[in-house]
Ligand binder design. Sequence first.
Ligand code: NAP
Length: 199
Amino acid sequence: MTIGIIGAGGIGQAFAAHMAKAGYEVLVSNSRGPESLAEVVRQLGPRARAGTRQEAAQADVVVVAVPWPQVHAALSDLPAWNGRTLIDTTNPVVQPGFRLADLNGSTSSEIVASLAPGARVVKVANTLLRAVLAANPNQAGGHRVLFMSGDDAAAKADVSGILEKVGFATIDLGGLASGGRLQQFPGGPLPILNLIKLP
Ligand SMILES: NC(=O)c1ccc[n+]([C@@H]2O[C@H](COP(=O)([O-])OP(=O)(O)OC[C@H]3O[C@@H](n4cnc5c(N)ncnc54)[C@H](OP(=O)(O)O)[C@@H]3O)[C@@H](O)[C@H]2O)c1
């Protein structure tokens, strides 16, 4: 299975490193083109390659990890989703001051879903700081917890399976509207909470 990653900054690279280590092929992309990712790919190792945003968006599972103001551009003009899974790691943050973007009453992942019609969107991995997300998820004899929301149970099960292979435990909060609100940063109660699920 190939995991395509749109956005190769702190979160995109953390995701890519975990996925490559777990044995998945990863295709990373950014706004400046594959040549700019040569060093990133070298550090990620042999399971990683760089591509265009459109190439990353054709993968079996796609991760979007770009700043909120760039989400619209990052998801525009992509091939049809046809029920493939889109993992949304974004936070609706406006700078300066880490303010909540105007979401017109929706959660940010509902907006992401509207920008990717036909994708099965799963919001996950947005609540931990990038250094915590990048660290070894196997801790103290247990597994670091990632909160997850989505309207498609099968997509959540697929994402959960991938993340468990990496070493994380997932907690399903429900749909994008209700669960998404709990894990939303800024505003929700769950961001920054770093839990380890013990056996
Ligand atoms: N940082 C954290 O601790 C943290 C934690 C949880 C969630 N998040 C959320 O995760 C998302 C990513 O954060 P980050 O810290 O990884 O950001 P970042 O380090 O600034 O990296 C952003 C990446 O997005 C790429 N990008 C921007 N516009 C793009 C476009 N139109 N198409 C393709 N790629 C594009 C950038 O590529 P170029 O450089 O080529 O433009 C860059 O690789 C944000 O929504 C953030 O709120 C961040």
